[in-house]
Design a protein around this ligand. Structure first.
Ligand code: UT7
Length: 341
C-alpha cells in the first residue's frame, strides 16, 4: 500500500520481526579461483576466512536477488505484501543508474504502490537503511517497513585482480521493521552512523560516474572495485570497535548486555580483532563469510539469517549490528530480535 500518515502521534518503537534471504545457486570455490588468478586456497583462507561464495547467473541482477529475499521474508513472517508501506533497498550495484531498484522489487514482491527508494552507503548501506526505516516508524510516518541489502558485486569485480576477486560476491537479505507501542527497551534501541570522505580512492570504482564517465577507451579495471586493502583493514578494525562502543555508551549498556554481534562479513581477522578488543565471546560473534564472502550491504542480513538457522538467535536477544566500508562509511544498530509470534 502507499504511505500516508500524519505526524505527532504517540511515538511507536520499530520492532525487528523477521529476516529473509536469497543467494544465487552458483558457488565459486577457492579452488576455481586458483585456476583464474595467482592465488591459493591457503592464502585466501588464512588471510580472509573465505572458502566459497555465490555468484549470480547471467540473467540475474540485483532486483531479482532482492525480490527473492523479500519473498522469503514475507513467507516466513506470514505477511500480506500489501500491508508493507515502506521499502528501502540498500545497494551499490543497482540494475540501472535509474530507476532505483526498490520500486521494481516492490512490484516483483506484490507490494503495489509501496513507498520505495534505494540508499547507497556501500557496505554500511543496510545500517543506514535500518536507521531511515526506524526514523520513519518512530515518527509515525510508516507502520511496516522492509529493508533489503542486495548486491551483484560480481558485475563490478576485476577477475584479473587477485587482491579483490577472491573477496567480493553476490547475495541479498531483507528484514521487517514494524511499529509497536511496546515497553521501553524493545525494538531498535539506538544507532550510530558516520563517514569520512577524505580518501575515497581507498575503496572505490573509479569510472562510470559523472566525474569519470565510462567511454569506449575505459579499461575494464577502471569500472571495477579497487581497494587499498591494508588501509581499509586498519579503518575497519578501528571503527568496528569505536562505533560499537559509542553506541553502547549512548544507550547506557555494556558489551555484556549484547547477546549477538552481527557485523559486516569482510574478513574473519577483522571480526576476531573486534571480539578480542571489545571483550565479547567469539561464540557471540556471527561469522558466515566462509560460505558467502563479502556481499557488502547484504552481508549483515545474511549473517542474521544464518544465526537464526544455527539456533543462535533467541527471541528477545539483544543484537549489535555493525557495518563499515567505502566512503568511508560506518553504522551500528542496537536492536532486540522480536519475531512476530
Ligand atoms: O567491505 C568493505 C570493507 N573491506 C574490508 O574491510 C577489507 C579490509 N582488508 C582486508 O581484509 C585485507 O587487507 C585483505 C584480505 C584485502 C588483504 O590481506 P592483507 O593481509 O592486508 O594482505 P596485503 O594486501 O597486505 O597483501 C599481502 C601480500 C601481497 O604480496 P607482497 O606485496 O607482500 O609480495 C599481496 O600481493 O599478499 C598478496 N596478495 C595475495 N596473494 C595471494 C594479495 N591478494 C592475494 C591473493 N592471493 N588473493
Amino acid at each position: 500500500m502507499s504511505l500516508v500518515a500524519t505526524t505527532g502521534r504517540a511515538r511507536p518503537r520499530a520492532r525487528l520481526t523477521g529476516v529473509g534471504t536469497y543467494v544465487p545457486t552458483r558457488v565459486l570455490t577457492n579452488a576455481e579461483l586458483e585456476e583464474m588468478v595467482d592465488t591459493s586456497d591457503e592464502w585466501i583462507v588464512s588471510r580472509t576466512g573465505i572458502h566459497e561464495r555465490h555468484i549470480a547467473a547471467d540473467d540475474e541482477a540485483t532486483t531479482d536477488l532482492a525480490a527473492a529475499a523479500v519473498r522469503d521474508l514475507l513467507e516466513r513472517t506470514g505477511t500480506d505484501p500489501s500491508s508493507v508501506d515502506l521499502l528501502v533497498v540498500a545497494t551499490t550495484t543497482p540494475d540501472y543508474v535509474f530507476p532505483p531498484c526498490a520500486p521494481l522489487v516492490g512490484t516483483k514482491s506484490g507490494m503495489d504502490y509501496v513507498a520505495a527508494y534505494d540508499t547507497n552507503a556501500v557496505c554500511s548501506g543496510f545500517m543506514y537503511g535500518i536507521a531511515q526505516a526506524t526514523g520513519m516508524i518512530e515518527s509515525g510516518i510508516a507502520r511496516r517497513a522492509v529493508v533489503v541489502g542486495a548486491e551483484t558485486l560480481s558485475r563490478i569485480i576485476d577477475w584479473d585482480d587477485r587482491a579483490t576477486c577472491v573477496l567480493f560476491a553476490d547475495g541479498a537479505g531483507a528484514v521487517m521493521l514494524e511499529a509497536d507501542e511496546g515497553e521501553q527497551g524493545s525494538g531498535v534501541m539506538g544507532v550510530e552512523l558516520g563517514s569520512d570522505g577524505s580518501s575515497p580512492s581507498d575503496l572505490w570504482v573509479p569510472a562510470g560516474g559523472t566525474r569519470t564517465p565510462r567511454t569506449d577507451d575505459t579499461p575494464r579495471a577502471e569500472s571495477c572495485i579497487q581497494m587499498n586493502g591494508r588501509e581499509v583493514f586498519r579503518f575497519a578494525t578501528r571503527i568496528l570497535v569505536e562505533s560499537s562502543n559509542r553506541l553502547l555508551t549512548e544507550a547506557g549498556m555494556t558489551i555484556d548486555d549484547v547477546d549477538l554481534m552481527v557485523a559486516h562479513q569482510a574478513n574473519e581477522r577483522i571480526l576476531d580483532h573486534a571480539s578480542e578488543r571489545m571483550g565479547i565471546a567469539r561464540e557471540k560473534v556471527v561469522m558466515n563469510l566462509d560460505r558467502y564472502g563479502n556481499t557488502s550491504s547484504a552481508s549483515i542480513p545474511l549473517a542474521l539469517a544464518d544465526a537464526r538457522d544455527r539456533g543462535m538467535l533467541e527471541d528477545g536477544a539483544v543484537l549489535l549490528m555493525v557495518g563499515f566500508g567505502a566512503g568511508l562509511t560506518w553504522g551500528s544498530v542496537l536492536v532486540r530480535w522480536e519475531p512476530r509470534s
